[in-house]
Design a protein around this ligand. Structure first.
Ligand SMILES: [Zn+2]
Length: 376
């Protein structure tokens, strides 16, 4: 089951994945259930009904597989802890677990962290098989009975371990591949190569799922494809922005609103400029940020004659001018509105997703140009 790498620059105050409920803590790591997990339970109970096994065996089978996925994730978390990396949470999705690490492990650390999960399932599977005196033929496993319960749990674990070792980033095997490439190449490049391999495997997996009528596999393939695409884009973004200060990409030609301006005036400014988010000032001091969505909300709820001071966000995203753009990039993208580049209390500029995108385009073009001149 897929197990995406932690989001880049995940921080301790990261919000939990939406749609989850916290259920328990293991070794201090919160384990959350994604609400779609209920679908899996319904599905498993449904396929359990068709077999010749008792209700008790069905329940044991489901709990054992759930426990196996959990052991897999907890093993990732424990090995990460050996390197001083905390796991902010483990989320159980219907197609597997996802552990989110705080921060990015170094390539040498990622290899054992990624290996720990699948290895735990292979060990569980082999130990369970070893407890069985006479092996049943493999074909009998497809019909669930009470007699082959242990073999099925063992087979489930072996499958879980082997499947996760597929070199399809962001699954564990893909992360192992990335960490091996990163021993010889820069990390961002390694991520991009592993992400491309992940997309290739996801397409192959999806086609296989389609041809064999395995919809669960097609679903997993889609999950892997999107994960790989996202990680690849994030790595490209990091490599294009890393080493540049925030001031290099900021907008310096911008308009501000005064706290005494009305929402109507803010709306006029929104139309007459290409700006979407406006810093709100009180004298020389910046006291908030009025985003386009907050403006619209205020227009709807409070009316055009209300003041921007009531609608603005006082806890806006502040960025020091010398902050590394690679660190700022995910913050601006997840904020969904502009960040204010501030030197102490002095406003220097705005950073928006569009501007960061344009900065990256320019970097890409200049890199391509540098390669062309190099070749000549
Ligand atoms: Zn894993």
């Amino acid at each position: 089951m897929p197990d995406p790498a932690p989001p880049p620059n995940a921080s301790p105050n990261d919000k939990p994945i939406p749609g989850t409920v916290g259920v328990l803590r293991i070794f201090g790591v919160p384990i959350r259930l994604h609400f779609t997990f209920l679908l899996l339970l319904v599905f498993l109970i449904f396929i359990g009904i068709g077999g010749k096994q008792s209700g008790m065996a069905t329940a044991i089978y489901i709990i054992a597989l759930f426990g196996s996925v959990l052991v897999h994730e907890v093993c990732h978390a424990l090995v990460a802890r050996l390197y001083g990396l905390r796991t902010s949470e483990i989320v159980m999705f219907p197609i597997g677990g996802v552990s989110r690490l705080e921060g990015q492990p170094k390539p040498r650390q990622e290899l054992p962290i990624a290996l720990a999960g699948p290895a735990s399932n292979l060990v569980i599977g082999l130990v369970l098989l070893a407890t069985q005196h006479d092996f049943l033929p493999l074909a009998t496993l497809s019909v669930p009975t009470d007699a082959n319960l242990v073999e099925r749990i063992a087979a489930g674990n072996l499958l879980l371990g082997l499947f996760n070792l597929l070199p399809a980033y962001p699954m564990d095997g893909g992360r192992i591949l990335r960490s091996l490439i990163a021993l010889r190449k820069p990390e961002e490049e390694a991520t991009q190569i592993a992400a491309s391999a992940g997309q290739f495997f996801a397409v192959a997996m999806g086609l296989f799922g389609l041809l064999s009528g395995n919809f669960l596999l097609m679903f997993v393939a889609l999950f892997v494809y999107l994960g790989a695409q996202q990680e690849g884009a994030a790595a490209r973004g990091r490599s294009l922005t890393s080493g540049f200060p925030a001031r290099a990409a900021m907008i310096t030609d911008f308009r501000t609103l005064s706290h005494g301006n009305t929402i109507r005036e803010a709306g006029d400014l929104l139309l007459s400029t290409s700006q979407q988010d406006f810093p709100v000032t009180h004298g020389d001091e910046v006291i908030g940020l009025l985003s386009r969505s907050a403006l619209m909300r205020a227009m709807l709820r409070e009316g055009p004659e209300s003041y921007v001071a009531a609608a603005m966000d006082r806890n806006f995203l502040r960025v020091p001018p010398d902050a590394d753009l690679a660190t700022v990039l995910p913050q601006v993208l997840s904020a969904g509105h502009a960040a204010l580049v501030m030197d102490g209390e002095r406003l220097l500029g705005l950073l928006t997703a569009e501007n960061l995108y344009e900065f990256m385009l320019l970097r890409q073009v200049s890199q391509a140009q540098a390669r062309m001149t190099h070749r000549e």
